[in-house]
Design a protein around this ligand. Structure first.
Ligand code: SF4
Length: 249
């Protein structure tokens, strides 16, 4: 059974890579949004959308996978874990409609990467400049914990987005899960231990030359309520990302 799963994943990855050569943002978005490759996550995202949280009872939940969002010419890519059950899984846009998104976009606004500090819904006028926000796994997972197999199945979507983001020079990894996904994407063989503020330079063929990963604690309520992540700490991460994106040391 394990071998069968592994070979199915391998063949899905090969097929997605083949499609990447003819990708457009619209085509990729459509494919992502219609994906049903992970039965456990499909069941979960749809059950959350059906049952809803009481505060959002009148909302029509998105309940589908979520594509990345932002500036096609971005030098800074912000990589999160997965859609929040009542955030992106409700609104249909990454980091939109929950507390994590409030923290992230306020910081991006302060850094000059977003035109406004709020991210409420897909029609709220939010525009990113020089930044693209995406996630390692496109469906909301139970307990915010996708399995390694689910991460692998979803990885080609990140590859395809990164292939289109030709000017990307920095990936801000929000949390260890995103960091591992980014290291796997770039083929980082000896991964330094994750830590807030960690900077990992990458200079290989996948990265297309000079690329940096900049790590941050995830702006989840678990981290922000406890003070593990503060706004100055997140601002410092974006200041580093901007400096590296501009080519300064
Ligand atoms: S997690 Fe990714 S691969 Fe799995 S169903 Fe969602 S979009 Fe498809």
């Amino acid at each position: 059974m394990l071998n069968l799963s592994a070979s199915l994943v391998a063949s899905a990855i090969v097929n997605q890579r083949r499609r990447a050569t003819t990708d457009t943002p619209v085509k990729l978005r459509r494919e992502i949004e219609s994906c049903r490759a992970c039965p456990r996550l499909v069941r979960w995202r749809e059950s959350v959308a059906r049952d809803k949280r009481a505060a959002y009872r009148s909302d029509v939940y998105w309940g589908r996978p979520v594509a990345g969002f932002g500036d096609a010419k971005a030098r800074i890519v912000v990589l999160g874990l997965a859609p929040g059950a009542h955030g992106a899984n409700r609104t249909g846009r990454v980091f939109t409609g929950d507390r994590s998104g409030d923290w992230l976009f306020r910081a991006m606004h302060r850094a000059g990467l977003a035109n406004q500090p709020e991210s409420q819904n897909r029609d709220d006028g939010l525009v990113l400049s020089d930044a693209f926000v995406t996630v390692a796994v496109r469906c909301a997972p139970p307990d915010n914990s996708p399995t390694p197999l689910e991460r692998k199945k979803c990885a080609p979507y990140l590859e395809r987005e990164m292939t289109m983001l030709k000017q990307a020079r920095v990936v801000v990894c929000l949390g260890n899960f995103a960091y591992v996904a980014a290291c796997e994407h770039f083929g980082v063989a000896r991964r330094p231990k994750f830590g807030h503020g960690l900077v990992v330079p990458i200079d290989n063929a996948v990265a297309g030359g000079n690329m940096h990963l900049v790590c941050s604690y995830h702006p989840s309520q678990q981290n922000t309520f406890t003070g593990r992540l503060t706004e100055p700490m997140l601002d410092a991460v974006f200041a580093t990302a901007l400096r590296l994106a501009r080519g300064a040391c």
